[in-house]
Design a protein around this ligand. Structure first.
Ligand code: NAI
Length: 675
C-alpha cells in the first residue's frame, strides 16, 4: 500500500489490518473536502486489491473523527451537474467501503457529524468514545439539505425508521451512550480501549445489532404513507415546506424508495443535488458561514479568564451567572438580597439538571456558582459583569465603589441595554476597561452577545470580551454604543408597527401569522408579550428620544394596567400554562394585503439606518447579528441579503408606496443610497 497522501496516513500491521488515519492537512478539524475524498477513493481502490483482514478508520485529530463535509466547497456549486458530480464521487467511495469483504470498523471520538457519520455508517462496526465531547449526528437539514453520501438509506437501515428519521429531520446529535442504545454504534467505550476493540472485532466479528420486529412493519410500503403523513405534520409545526424543503424531501425519499435501497441511493443523489442549488440551502449555508465569522472574532489564544464576578442577580445577572458556571467558569454572584440569590440557585439546579444529566457534573457546576452577598469575589475576578437596575446614576455609583478593589487588568462589562457607555465610563479611573456585554433574554437560548464599545474602550479589552464570549459558547458581535445597539433598534419599529396594526383592529393572530409566513420564528405580538410589555415600553421610550418612532399609547396603557405579557399572565394575549391563547380569526375576515410588507419593511429600513450609522462594520455582520439576535428568517440569509435578492430598487419603491398610504414612518432611510 502506498502512503504518500496529504491527508491520510495508511498503516498495515502484522495481523493484516489496515489502519486509515485521517489528519486533514492545515486544519484543526477533519472535514471531507474533495481532496480528502479523492485520496480516500484511491486508498480504497488499493485496499480492495490488498484483501486485508480488516480495515479501521480513525482520526488523528483531538477535535474528533470527522465534522462533516467541507461547507466552504458548497458555495462553489452553482449548477445541478456540478452538484451531481461531487455527490456521486462520495457515493462511489462509500459504496466501495461498504462492499469490502473484510470487517470494517470506525473508531469515533469527538465530532462525528454529517458526512463523517455517513462514512462510519458505511463501515460494518462503529466504536464510540464515552467522553461527553463525542457527538454523532446528521445535521444536514440545518443547511437546507439532507445526508447525501448514502446516509438516508444507511441511517434508517441501521437504527430503524423512527430513530433514523428523527435524527435526520431534527439534525440533533447523540452522545456515545445514546447512540449505543439505538444501535447506531456497536460499542461505547473510552478512547484508550479503541485500538484493542478494533482488533478484537476484526478477530471475531460480533453479530450485527438487531432491530425490533415492528421496525419491519413500519417500513412496509402499505404503512409508510401513514407514517409519512404524520411525520410531515410534525415537521410542518416547525418549518413550512415552502421555506424549508429538505425535511420533506427526506420523508419523500423514504416513502417512495425504501423498498429498493439501490434506487433510494440514486434518488438521494438527485434529491440533494436539487436542494443544494436551491435558494434555501444557499442561504442557510451563508448563515453557517456568518456563524463561523462571528466565532472567528472571538479567537484569541492568550486571554484565559477563569473567574467571573456578576453584580445583580435579577432576570439577566442571575441567568448570566448560571450560564457562565455551566460553561466551566468560577462565578461569584453578588446582589443586595440573599433571597434573590437563592432563587438563582434554584434556577441553576433546574437548568443544569436538564443540560448535564449526570449528578456529578451537576454538583460540580453548582459548586462553581457561589452566592456572594458581600462581593468578596471582586478582588479575584478577571471579568466583572454588571447587571443591576437600568439607571445611569446607580450604575456609576457602583463602578466608583468597585474600581479600586479590582485586579489591575480586570475587565468591567455592563449588560446595559440602553445607556451609552460614555455616560457610564466618566466615573472610572480607567475608562478604557469598560465594555458592554449585551446578553439577550433568555440567556440560555439566545446565542448572540453584542460587544458594545465606546470611543474610549481599549482594543485589547474588546478582543478579550469577544474571546470570553466564545469561551461561554456565545457569538460575539461588535457594535458601537448607540441607542438600541443593533438588535433592539431593528426590532423596535417592527414591534411598534405590529401594535399600530393591532390598533387598526387587525386580529392579533393575523398579524402574527403574517410574520410567521415570512419566516420569523415568532409573531411580533407574541414576541412583545414574551419579552414583557414593560421592557418593550422602556426600550421604546429610550429609543424614541433618539429615533423617529412614537410609542403607541396602547402599550403605555397596558403596562399601567399591569398587563405585562407572559410574566403577568396577560398582555395582548391571555396566557395559559405559559402559552398564549390566540383568539380565532372571525370567519370570512379578509385582511389588508400589505400587513407583511408593513412589518418587514420597517424592520429592514431600520437595518439600513444602522449600517448608515456604522453600528456594525458591514452588511454581513448586520445580517449575522440580526439572524442570531432576532431569529430573522434564516432561510432568507439576513435582511441585506434579502434586499439583494428582492432588488434594492424594488424594495425602495415599496417603501415609497407604504409612505404614501400610511405616513412618513415608512420614509426610506438615507442609507439606501449607500448600499
Ligand atoms: P432586574 O431588576 O431583574 O435585576 C436587577 C438586580 O440587581 C436585582 O436583583 C437587584 O437586587 C440587583 N441590584 C441592584 N442594585 C444593586 C447593587 N448596587 N448591588 C448589587 N445588586 C444590585 O433587572 P434585569 O432585567 O436583570 O436587568 C439588569 C440589566 O440588564 C439592566 O441594565 C437591563 O437594561 C439589562 N438587560 C435586561 C434585559 C431583559 O430582558 N430584562 C435584556 C438585556 C439587558
Amino acid at each position: 500500500m502506498s502512503n504518500n497522501y496529504k491527508n491520510w496516513k495508511v498503516e498495515s500491521d502484522d495481523e493484516g489490518i489496515i489502519w486509515l488515519h485521517l489528519d486533514k492537512a492545515d486544519s484543526v478539524a477533519n472535514v471531507l473536502s474533495s481532496e480528502v475524498l479523492e485520496e480516500l477513493d484511491a486508498i480504497i481502490t488499493e485496499v480492495t486489491k490488498a484483501s486485508p483482514k480488516g480495515v479501521v478508520f480513525l482520526s488523528d485529530k483531538d477535535s474528533g473523527f470527522i465534522a462533516g463535509a467541507d461547507v466552504h466547497e458548497f458555495t462553489h456549486i452553482e449548477t445541478k451537474e456540478q452538484a451531481l458530480e461531487a455527490i456521486q464521487r462520495g457515493h462511489r467511495v462509500f459504496n466501495a467501503i461498504e462492499s469490502l469483504r473484510c470487517p470494517t470498523v470506525a473508531l469515533i471520538h469527538g465530532f462525528c457529524l454529517g458526512g463523517g457519520l455517513e462514512l462510519a455508517l458505511a463501515c460494518r462496526y462503529r466504536v464510540a468514545d464515552t467522553e461527553l465531547s463525542t457527538r454523532l449526528g446528521l445535521p444536514e437539514v440545518r443547511l437546507g439539505i439532507h445526508p447525501g453520501f448514502g446516509g438516508t438509506v444507511r441511517m434508517i437501515r441501521q437504527v430503524g425508521v423512527i430513530n433514523g428519521l428523527n435524527a435526520m429531520l431534527t439534525g440533533r446529535s447523540l452522545s456515545a451512550k445514546a447512540a449505543k442504545k439505538i444501535g447506531l454504534v456497536n460499542f461505547a467505550t473510552p478512547k484508550r480501549h479503541h485500538i484493542n476493540a478494533a482488533r478484537s472485532i476484526i478477530a471475531k466479528p460480533p453479530k450485527p445489532f438487531k432491530l425490533p420486529f415492528w421496525n419491519k412493519i413500519l417500513n412496509h410500503n402499505q404503512v409508510r404513507p401513514w407514517i409519512a403523513k404524520y411525520m410531515s405534520k410534525q415537521v410542518a409545526k416547525k418549518a413550512m415546506r415552502a421555506h424549508y424543503p429538505a425535511p420533506y424531501a427526506i420523508i419523500d425519499l423514504w416513502v417512495r424508495c425504501y423498498d429498493d435501497p439501490e434506487f433510494m441511493l440514486e434518488e438521494e443523489i438527485n434529491s440533494i443535488a436539487e436542494l443544494i442549488i436551491g435558494k434555501t440551502a444557499q442561504n442557510l449555508i451563508r448563515v453557517f458561514l456568518l456563524n463561523e465569522r462571528l466565532k472567528s472574532l472571538g479567537r484569541t489564544e492568550d486571554y484565559k479568564p477563569t473567574h467571573v464576578h456578576v453584580i445583580g442577580g435579577g432576570v439577566m445577572g442571575g441567568d448570566i451567572a448560571i450560564w457562565c458556571a455551566l460553561r466551566g467558569f468560577k462565578v461569584t454572584l453578588q446582589d443586595r438580597q440573599m433571597e434573590t440569590l437563592s432563587k438563582v440557585l434554584q434556577r441553576a439546579n433546574k437548568l443544569y439538571t436538564k443540560k448535564l444529566k449526570d449528578r456529578r457534573s451537576i454538583t460540580a457546576a453548582l459548586d462553581r456558582l457561589v452566592p456572594d452577598i458581600k462581593g468578596d469575589g471582586l478582588v479575584r475576578a478577571d471579568i466583572i459583569i454588571e447587571a443591576i437596575f437600568e439607571d445611569p446614576e446607580v450604575k456609576r455609583n457602583l463602578f466608583s465603589e468597585i474600581e479600586p478593589k479590582l485586579k489591575k487588568d480586570a475587565i468591567i462589562a455592563t449588560n446595559t441595554s440602553s445607556i451609552p457607555l460614555d455616560e457610564l465610563n466618566t466615573i472610572l479611573k480607567k475608562p478604557e476597561r469598560l465594555v458592554g456585554l449585551h446578553f439577550f433574554n433568555p440567556v440560555a437560548m439566545m446565542p448572540l452577545v453584542e460587544i458594545v464599545h465606546s470611543k474610549k474602550t481599549d482594543d485589547q479589552v474588546l478582543k478579550n470580551a469577544a474571546a470570553f464570549t466564545r469561551r461561554i459558547d456565545r457569538l460575539p458581535l461588535p457594535v458601537t454604543s448607540t441607542p438600541g445597539f443593533l438588535v433592539n433598534r431593528v426590532l423596535m419599529p417592527y414591534l411598534i408597527e405590529a401594535v399600530i396594526l393591532a390598533d387598526e383592529k387587525i386580529p392579533l393572530k393575523v398579524i402574527d401569522d403574517e410574520a410567521l409566513e415570512f419566516g420569523m420564528p415568532m409573531g411580533p405580538i407574541e414576541l412583545a408579550d414574551t419579552v414583557g410589555l414593560d421592557i418593550c415600553l422602556k426600550v421604546a421610550e429610550i429609543l424614541s428620544e433618539h429615533m423617529d418612532i412614537s410609542v403607541p399609547d396602547r402599550l403605555r396603557k397596558m403596562v399601567e394596567k399591569g398587563r405585562l405579557g407572559k410574566k403577568s399572565g396577560r398582555g395582548f394575549y391571555t396566557f395559559k400554562d405559559g402559552k398564549p391563547v390566540k383568539p380565532a380569526v372571525p370567519k370570512g375576515y379578509k385582511p389588508p394585503t400589505d400587513i407583511q410588507e408593513r412589518l418587514i419593511l420597517r424592520f429592514i429600513n431600520e437595518a439600513v439606518a444602522c449600517l448608515r450609522d456604522k453600528v456594525v462594520d458591514d452588511a454581513d455582520l448586520a445580517d449575522a447579528g440580526i439572524i442570531f439576535g432576532t431569529g430573522f428568517a434564516p432561510f432568507r440569509g439576513g435582511p441585506f441579503h434579502y434586499i439583494e435578492s428582492r432588488g434594492k430598487d424594488q424594495v425602495v419603491k415599496l417603501l415609497e408606496q407604504l409612505e404614501h398610504r400610511h405616513g412618513p414612518r415608512f420614509k426610506a432611510d438615507q442609507g439606501w443610497q449607500q448600499i
